[in-house]
Design a protein around this ligand. Structure first.
Ligand code: ZN
Ligand code: ZN
Length: 265
């Protein structure tokens, strides 16, 4: 299984990275986890988008799904499509509101919305807490609901004995630890520092994001092999969040970077 980072800038694109998006390849199967702002361009450096087997979304904030609109254009209007996209609709694993939200993001007007149905090129599979799906080549996808400001999921991808868990966006929660238990890699958001910016609140707000320290704590509680930190916004120090995570997790920890590849076995 190989992980390629398409973008890792938290909460929106930054000066050096698109927003959140990751490519997982295993055998002949290619799956994206989120497609935030700018990631569809990055994807094309690493994979012909016609080779995608499926796309999955942790939640429907634009920094995780805005470039679905570019994928729609690519599948509908590419002049040299290698096959008829309507005969081979691409599976989309996403929260239940995705067909409506994605159609609204894609169209330019209410009139166009009235006659837009993305089901011509995509097959939507609503993600729910505990949902499991088998993709091609024995790649398995599992989801657990996590604690964000909207419906949101952490996603676990398994293939040939290797497991990667992606946190999506979440505050501290047991379900992320459950899903990540024993995984080889936890690709985990770390959006803000644990101290220093919260004034009288004393600590970060609940139910939104993880601090670097909390990402490390979740990795330790789940007993993962390796922690990859992501989703650091441009306005916080990534090195500070890395130091926090290292203080809470004894295993290998690093910050991901755009276009980085990890061969996981
Ligand atoms: Zn986000
Ligand atoms: Zn979010």
């Amino acid at each position: 299984m190989r992980l390629t980072v398409l973008g890792c800038s938290g909460s929106g694109p930054g000066p050096n990275s698109p927003a959140s998006g990751y490519l997982i390849t295993a055998g002949d199967t290619a799956l994206t986890l989120d497609l935030g702002n700018g990631t569809f361009g990055a994807l094309q450096r690493h994979l012909d988008p016609w080779r995608l087997s499926a796309v999955a979304f942790s939640h429907l904030h634009p920094d995780h799904c805005a470039d679905f609109t570019a994928l729609v254009v690519h599948r509908r209007y590419h002049p040299f499509a290698p096959f008829d996209a309507t005969a081979h609709p691409l599976p989309v694993f996403a929260p239940a509101e995705a067909p409506d939200r994605f159609a609204r993001a894609y169209v330019a007007s209410a009139a166009e919305l009235a006659e837009t149905d993305l089901a011509d090129s995509f097959t939507f599979h609503p993600v729910t807490d505990g949902a499991e799906a088998e993709l091609t080549d024995g790649v398995r996808l599992r989801a657990r609901a996590v604690d964000h400001v909207c419906e949101a999921y952490a996603l676990r991808v398994e293939h040939a004995g290797i497991a990667l868990v992606y946190s999506g966006d979440t505050g501290p929660c047991e379900s992320l630890v459950d899903l990540a238990r024993g995984a080889d890699v936890l690709l985990c958001e770390a959006t803000w520092p644990h101290t220093g910016v919260w004034g009288e609140a004393g600590g970060p707000p609940r139910g939104v994001h993880l601090s670097g320290r909390e990402a490390g704590e979740h990795a330790a509680a789940a007993g993962v092999g390796r922690l990859l930190l992501t989703h650091v916004p441009s306005w916080f120090s990534a090195e500070e969040l890395l130091a926090e995570a290292k203080g809470a997790f004894d295993g290998p920890v690093e910050l991901v970077a755009p276009d980085a590849r990890y061969d996981l076995g």
